[in-house]
Write a protein that binds this ligand. Structure first.
Ligand SMILES: [Zn+2]
Ligand SMILES: [Zn+2]
Length: 303
């Protein structure tokens, strides 16, 4: 019986809706709120509440432990009540909605409904939190609470699908109280600045190009050629000098104590890895002190 009634009323309702929207589209358009704004307002509200809770937590941490921690549900209740009072009661919009220039239809929220809204959004969560916090030993209550919470999740999901289809009343409370959002600054769609995105893309492309080309540049050879170019005096001709290795000898390349001393033919000593690494990177590697050049190198033998 009930179902049939619903089926009967639904088409007529839709027609009525369409009828009321079609002739004065102007009015509908000014009140239109995009779905994304409505969802964002909920997200913002959650963020604001969490932010304030975190602040209160930080303050409570300074106090001696156990002084106020057992009053957690009450603290949250007071915070939520204050938020509700300064947003919904006075402005008919939550803070998240105010940030996005949305508000509830004022005429849809008479004082009785306002009280109901307070009950559903503030008192009920407090009762739930209180029961979860205090009645931990009452397994039956906990089980019931769990069940109610699961049902709530399910109802929320159903309501969300309904919202996606209709574009109104994103939260369960809105749906229960039959209150709609309306836009405060006309039918402004969200404008997304694509110029930033384009700039970001250009930068990303440029960085990718750099990442691709830089490994091809032989930076060691380039450095050597540049150094030779800038050097005015000619490199001194190499005389047959003996390699000297003492306890204080430092590597000509890394200037650290030499590890596995090797030399190219001049009197300068290199670590094996410094020499090998440089010769692998740049086939024309020159001694960076005397510019002696050789493609081979030998171990320094201490006589
Ligand atoms: Zn070295
Ligand atoms: Zn040298």
């Amino acid at each position: 019986m009930d179902l049939r009634q619903k089926n009967k009323t639904n088409p007529s309702k839709r027609q009525a809706n369409m009828g009321s929207f079609a002739p004065n589209t102007g009015k509908m358009k000014t009140n239109f709120v995009p779905r994304v704004n409505q969802l964002d307002s909920i997200q913002l509200d959650n963020e604001i509440t969490n932010l304030l809770r975190q602040q209160i937590q930080n303050i409570l941490q300074v106090l001696p432990p156990g002084l106020l921690s057992h009053l957690q549900p009450e603290i949250n209740f007071v915070l939520n009540s204050a938020l509700w009072n300064f947003s919904i009661r006075t402005h008919y919009a939550t803070f998240g909605q105010q940030m996005l220039s949305i508000a509830y239809e004022k005429d849809q929220l008479p004082s009785a409904k306002l009280a109901l809204h307070y009950l559903l959004t503030t008192v009920l969560p407090y009762a739930k939190e209180n029961a979860q916090f205090r009645l931990t030993s009452w397994s039956r209550v906990q089980k019931l609470l769990q069940l109610a919470e699961n049902a709530l999740v399910l109802f929320n999901l159903v309501n969300f699908f309904k919202f996606l289809r209709s574009g109104t009343r994103p939260s369960l409370v809105d749906c229960l109280l039959r209150i709609n959002h309306r836009s405060l600054d006309g039918a402004k769609r969200r404008t997304i600045g694509y110029s930033y995105m384009t700039r970001e893309l250009v930068w990303a492309g440029f960085l990718e190009l750099l990442g691709f080309t830089i490994p091809f540049v032989n930076y060691h050879a380039l450095k050597r050629k540049l150094r030779n170019l800038l050097r005015i005096e000619a490199a001194p001709q190499r005389q047959d000098e003996r390699v000297e290795l003492t306890a204080d000898t430092r590597c000509a390349y890394c200037n650290e104590r030499v590890i596995l001393p090797h030399h190219m033919g001049c009197r300068h000593v290199f670590c094996y890895l410094c020499l090998k690494g440089n010769q692998l990177a740049d086939a024309g590697f020159q001694c960076n002190v005397c510019d002696y050049r050789s493609e081979t190198f030998r171990k320094v033998v201490v006589l």
